[in-house]
Design a protein around this ligand. Sequence first.
Ligand code: NI
Length: 232
Amino acid sequence: MHKSLLSASLFALALAAPLAHAHDAGDIIVRAGAITVNPKADSSSVKVDQGPLAGANLGGKATMNSDTQLGLNFAYMVTNNWGIELLAATPFEHDVKLKDTSLSAANGKLGTLKHLPPTLSVVYYPLDHKSVFQPYVGAGINYTWIYDEQLSSEAQSNGFSNFKADNSWGMAFQVGADYMITDNIMLNAQVRYIDIDTTATVENNAVAPGTRAKVDVNVDPFIYMVGLGYKF
Ligand code: NI
């Protein structure tokens, strides 16, 4: 081989080697990591909606703490720049508290609830598919399944029963980035905002038989996930 042709070939190889295709049409990407749901938990005031005191406004608000679980993303690249993605996680558990209501027995930890927030999104990766750094934005639909609502022992001893919170459909938005550390393994960080709204109800026959209180909660969490991904 002619010497200059050889060096040209080596040069071409050296250029080609680091250009591992990061995200290509047809790729399946699975990401796993620590995911934290941090509810904004803005709420309406607590109102009595059933029983002899129906219509009474107890004031105050409901709050929820944050929780961290194992988060999973299953992404499929439809083109080099567009993908669809499903968010899954192990169940989140949050404490639900009432504060500043005019019924002092209601203030404090009302109980706990669990939820699963599966989210299906369309995701856009604006950079060239050969880039090892792949920032992205996405938007989609969330369904939050709330289950296993449990009253605290304190609330039970204050006469509360039958705590429930309904499920939620809402929009979800995300930004994130993958950084390829090998051809297949990537670091990932992402932030989401999901519109989750629920109405929680709880009964109290000690206050007056048939009394039910209700509060509308804008859970509207920011969700943070950091982890590793693998491209198949
Ligand atoms: Ni909302």
